[in-house]
Structure formats: C-alpha cells, structure tokens
Design a protein. Sequence first.
Length: 58
Amino acid sequence: MNRKGPIEIAFSHDPFDQKRLIKAGGYITHNRKGQVVFRFDTAEQYAKYLMLNEHRGA
C-alpha cells in the first residue's frame, strides 16, 4: 500500500475486531462528523489489521 495519511474504517462492536485493531497499532477515535471509527496512522498498520483477520475462528 502506498497510501499517505491515516486510514479510517467503520467502528466494529465485535471484540475480535477491537483486539486486532490494538494488535495492529490502530485505535478508536471520532472522525470529523463525530462518528466512532477505527483509525490507522499508517498503511502498514491497516495491512496488519487485515492480516490478523485470517486468525478469526470459523
């Protein structure tokens, strides 16, 4: 990924998603519209978040 700037995705109430967010180095914040979101400061953090999804139980 060659994206510059932070990446924000929709907030998830799922504990698994929140745990992998923290493991990837992301955090929960509010966007400019006041919505709760997951935020990653780098594309590498977001890529790790996506990779950690492979560990989700079936």
